[in-house]
Design a protein around this ligand. Structure first.
Ligand SMILES: Cc1cc2nc3c(=O)[nH]c(=O)nc-3n(C[C@H](O)[C@H](O)[C@H](O)COP(=O)(O)O)c2cc1C
Length: 311
C-alpha cells in the first residue's frame, strides 16, 4: 500500500498558458530530479492534472551518480549530492519516453553535459522526437574542458552553450540558471541574448552539513545542493530580479509547496512555476497548487495569472 493515496480529482486543470510556444494546461510543472521519469510517481499523483513535468537530467552516456550518503535533511531544506545519476540518452528514449508519451501532459527534457559538444549532441538527438515539448538546459555542470568552471557561473560559457543548442534544435530551449553566482541577471541577459526561449530558476544552492557524531561531512561528496522551503526567499528575489532584466518568460523554482508560495512567484514575475522537494514530502503538492491557483483566480476575477505580476 502506498503511504499516500493518489487523487484522481480531474477537478480543475486550468489556467492554460503558452510558455515560449509550449502549450501547458496550467503553469505548474514538476522540477527535474524530483519526479524521476514520471512513471515512478504516477501511483501517487495524477500527472495529467499538471501543466507538465521536467524529467531527471539526461547525459549522453548513463551515469551512476555519487556514492552514498547523498541525501541529508536540514531543518527546512534538503541537501542532495545525487551527482546527476541517470539512464543516459538512448535508454531514456527507448525505455522511458514511450510511457511518458501516453500521458496527456507536457514533457520537458532536462539535459546536462561536461562539454558544449555533449550538450549539443543530446539536443540534436532530441530534435524532432515525438512526445517532447521542450528542452531544459542544466548549466550548473562543470565544463571539464574549461578547467571545471560551471557553465552557469560564466556568462560567456552560458551563452556559448545556449547558442550552440539553439543551432541544432527547433524545440523551445529553456535555460536553467544556477543561483551560485554573484549576479544572476548577468547570466540571464547573456543567455537571452544567445537565443534562449525561456529561463528557469533557481537550481539548488551549494551547501553542506557535518555529522558531529562521526566527525565527518554528512554527504560523501562533502558539498550538496540545498532545496526546499529554506531557499524560497532567495529564489523569489532572483526571479524578481531576472523577470525585470529580460523579456523572455521566467519559470520560478525554489521552495514552492503551497498555492500561496506559487502566487508569490507569479507576483514576482514568473510565467510558470516548478515544484521539486515538496513532492518528496507530499506527492499531492503540485495538484493542490493547481487547484489553489484556479480558486485564487476565480476570487480575483482574472483569467491570466500573469496579470498579478507586481510592476
Ligand atoms: C534530489 C534532487 C535531484 C535533482 N536533480 C536535478 C537534475 O537532475 N537537474 C536539474 O536541473 N535540477 C535538479 N534538481 C534541482 C531541482 O529541479 C530544483 O531546481 C531545486 O530542487 C529547487 O526547487 P525545490 O526547492 O522546489 O526543490 C534536483 C533536486 C533534488 C532535490
Amino acid at each position: 500500500m502506498p503511504a499516500f493515496e493518489r487523487k484522481d480529482t480531474h477537478a480543475m486543470t486550468r489556467p492554460e498558458v503558452d510558455l515560449a510556444g509550449i502549450k501547458l494546461k496550467n503553469p505548474v510543472l514538476l522540477a527535474s530530479g524530483t519526479c524521476g521519469y514520471g512513471q515512478e510517481i504516477n501511483d501517487l499523483l495524477d500527472l495529467e492534472l499538471l501543466g507538465g513535468l521536467v524529467v531527471k537530467g539526461i547525459s549522453l552516456i548513463e551515469r551512476p551518480g555519487n556514492p552514498p550518503p547523498r541525501i541529508h535533511e536540514t531543518p527546512c531544506g534538503l541537501l542532495n549530492a545525487i551527482g546527476l545519476e541517470n539512464v543516459g540518452l538512448e535508454r531514456f528514449l527507448s525505455e522511458k519516453l514511450p510511457w511518458l508519451e501516453k500521458i496527456d501532459t507536457a514533457v520537458i527534457v532536462n539535459i546536462l553535459g561536461d562539454s558544449v559538444e555533449e550538450y549539443t549532441q543530446i539536443a540534436q538527438r532530441l530534435n524532432g522526437v515525438p512526445g517532447i515539448e521542450g528542452i531544459e538546459v542544466n548549466i550548473s555542470c562543470p565544463n571539464v574542458k574549461a578547467g571545471g568552471i560551471a557553465f552557469g557561473a560564466d556568462p560567456a560559457l552560458a551563452a556559448e552553450v545556449t547558442r550552440r543548442i539553439k543551432m541544432v534544435t527547433s524545440l523551445p530551449v529553456i535555460v536553467k540558471l544556477s543561483p551560485n553566482v554573484t549576479d544572476i541577471t548577468v547570466i540571464a541577459k547573456a543567455v537571452e541574448e544567445a537565443g534562449a526561449d525561456a529561463l528557469s530558476l533557481i537550481n539548488t544552492l551549494l551547501g553542506m552539513a557535518i555529522d558531529i557524531k562521526n566527525k565527518r561531512p554528512a554527504l560523501a561528496n562533502v558539498f550538496g545542493g540545498l532545496s526546499g522551503p529554506a531557499i524560497k526567499p532567495i529564489a523569489l528575489r532572483m526571479v524578481w530580479q531576472v523577470a525585470r532584466a529580460v523579456e523572455i518568460p521566467v519559470i520560478g523554482i525554489g521552495g514552492i509547496s503551497t498555492p500561496s508560495d506559487a502566487i508569490e512567484f507569479f507576483m514576482a514575475g514568473a510565467s510558470a512555476i516548478q515544484i521539486g522537494t515538496a513532492t518528496l514530502v507530499n506527492p499531492g503538492s503540485a495538484a493542490e497548487v493547481v487547484t489553489g491557483i484556479a480558486s485564487f483566480m476565480d476570487k480575483e476575477g482574472i483569467d491570466d495569472i500573469r496579470q498579478i505580476r507586481i510592476i
